[in-house]
Ligand binder design. Structure first.
Ligand code: ZN
Length: 77
């Protein structure tokens, strides 16, 4: 489920991705404008749902990637 890029991203700011790694796909989407928009709105929309479907992910998986991403925890530095 995870790879060295995922492990590193949980520990420090990291922008590496491994192809074929689902958790990397989830992290990439969680850093994009579609996830940012639905997170601010507090609800999913059709465009974001299409992005999920294209990659084959669920919102839960992307949300988990967001929560585990060190980039999003600058306040904890
Ligand atoms: Zn990965």
């Amino acid at each position: 489920m995870t790879c060295p890029d995922c492990t590193t991203a949980a520990e420090r700011d990291w922008y590496g991705y491994t192809s074929q790694c689902k958790a990397c796909d989830a992290r990439a989407l969680s850093r994009g404008p579609d996830f940012d928009r639905v997170r601010r709105a507090g609800k999913l929309d059709a465009r974001y749902q299409r992005a999920l479907d294209q990659i084959g992910l669920t919102h839960k998986e992307v949300r988990a990637a967001f929560d585990g991403d060190r980039v999003n925890r600058k306040d904890a530095a």
